[in-house]
Design a protein around this ligand. Structure first.
Ligand code: CO
Length: 466
């Protein structure tokens, strides 16, 4: 059987290239063709897509999901789920996690890809159990990073624990795009030897090595790869879907995708891409290879964040110093993978260490919480001297952080009973309270109309087709 393909353009593609701003209308403009391509699944939902719908697009993310589902009779829909953080940045109580999983599946999600920034599997358990309880397909993603503790053996052991938890498949989530071809070959080979579960590879083209990495992973027996349709591929996004169909045709790995449908969908998606190139949200720089990601082992998004923080402080001359500080902070913190929210936390701490000239003189609250154990267990022990310097003799929890959280759903439902019309509304508020309340007020009690960006796109598409 050939390699299976998951299309990522409707989630990670536009998240990586133009700040997750694709509207539902833009997605729907190509959805009938995409549904006929023959993908294993399409990734359509995640934290940033949900947030951007409410915050920037004045769209209900639940309605988007239902609209996509209605037009995709042939393709499974997949979402990305941050374990106990769900789609947000803090730990939520188990009742919110459970309700969110239930409603996501009810509204059209088939596969839930669950990960924890620290690979602390205790933070996955509630979401995994709920996914299985409500009949969803459960994939657990291992955050891939490089460090003295993140060895192939580490990932093999993690995969065994994931299998024991009852996951249906495992994803190697290389959010920074630092997995090199030969390392991928070794990692996938060892995983296939040690687990029966299908293995999926998710990475980014940031360093232009990913075509090679995917090919080596395929040769090692990877079951599923994540790619994006050509207009929304490459650069900081995934490798191009079409490239793999061409490269693998008439091989045992042939994904058997419909190239005609792919090219029809690509034509529509090119119009979308052109809009974001024209309005500047898609910076052409995002499309060029950036080997600095490999040099500093820092995700591309984090590099641009650090750059803008330093520009704001008129301190671009400290850029190299900050990038040299990042791995030191990471070591002090027990080598957390640099993925949301740890990438922002470690980056901010590195900037503070360099700008104040005294390490850990200033410390963000989130780092203090992390040192109290409130994010879960660090991959390696944190530096005790530094922990003591920052939080003194404070108690450090060693149990699962969400064990301390009381149920939240009923209280929120009561608090906002005037505003909400369904449980999905309560969940939107649970995750992004201020933004969701503002959105729902505007949706249900509209005052002056907000200009909706979808109209602009319709005009644009109309113009482009004429
Ligand atoms: Co990604």
């Amino acid at each position: 059987m050939g390699v299976k393909i998951v299309e990522t353009s409707l989630r990670d593609g536009h998240q990586s290239l133009f700040a997750t701003r694709m509207t539902t209308n833009e997605i729907l403009s190509a959805i009938d063709e995409l549904d006929k391509v023959g993908y294993y699944a399409m990734e359509v939902w995640g934290g940033a897509t949900f947030d951007a719908c409410l915050r920037f697009l004045n769209e209900d993310p639940w309605e988007r999901l239902r609209a996509i589902k209605a037009r995709c009779p042939n393709t499974k829909l997949q979402m990305l789920f941050r374990g106990q953080n769900i789609l947000g940045y803090r730990h939520y109580a188990d009742d919110i996690v459970d309700k969110f999983v239930q409603k996501a599946l009810e509204n059209g999600i088939d596969i839930i890809r669950i990960f924890d920034a620290l690979n602390d599997i205790r933070n996955l358990k509630c979401a995994v159990d709920s996914t299985k309880k409500y009949g969803g397909e459960c994939q657990i993603a291992m955050c891939y990073t490089t460090s003295p503790v993140h060895t192939v053996d580490y990932y093999v052991n993690l995969a065994k624990e994931i299998e024991a938890m009852g996951a249906d498949s495992i994803c190697i989530k290389d959010m920074a795009g630092v997995l090199l071809p030969n390392d991928a070959f070794e990692l996938v080979t060892r995983l296939k030897q040690n687990t029966k579960l299908p293995i999926e590879l998710h990475s980014h083209c940031t360093c232009a090595t990913m075509g090679m990495t995917y090919m080596k992973a395929i040769e090692a027996g990877v079951d599923i790869i994540d790619t994006a349709i050509s207009p929304l591929s490459m650069g900081t996004s995934q490798p191009a879907t079409e490239a793999f169909q061409y490269a693998l045709t008439n091989t045992p790995y042939d994904p058997k995708l419909n190239l005609d449908m792919l090219s029809k969908a690509a034509a529509k998606m090119t119009l979308v891409k052109d809009k974001y190139l024209a309005n500047g949200l898609l910076n052409p720089k995002a499309l060029s290879p950036n080997p600095e990601v490999l040099k500093f082992q820092v995700p591309g998004g984090m590099l641009s964040n650090l750059m803008s923080q330093l520009k704001e402080q008129k301190a671009m001359d400290r850029y190299e110093a900050v990038l040299t500080e990042v791995p030191k902070v990471r070591k002090d913190m027990g080598y957390p993978p640099l993925v949301t929210p740890l990438s922002q936390m470690v980056g901010t701490q590195a900037v503070m260490n360099v700008m104040t000239g005294v390490r850990y003189k200033m410390v963000p609250n989130e780092i203090k919480e992390y040192l109290h154990g409130l994010y879960g267990q660090s991959p390696a022990p944190v530096d005790e001297k530094i922990r003591h310097q920052i939080i003194g003799d404070d108690a450090v929890i060693t149990h699962r952080p969400a064990d301390d959280l009381a149920p939240e759903f009923a209280n929120l439902k009561a608090k906002y009973h005037d505003l909400i019309r369904c449980d999905e509304d309560v969940l939107s508020i649970a995750l992004f309270e201020a933004v969701a309340v503002k959105f729902l007020k505007n949706k249900y009690q509209p005052e002056p109309q907000i200009t909706v960006e979808t109209d602009e796109f319709n005009v644009y598409i109309g113009g482009a087709l004429k």
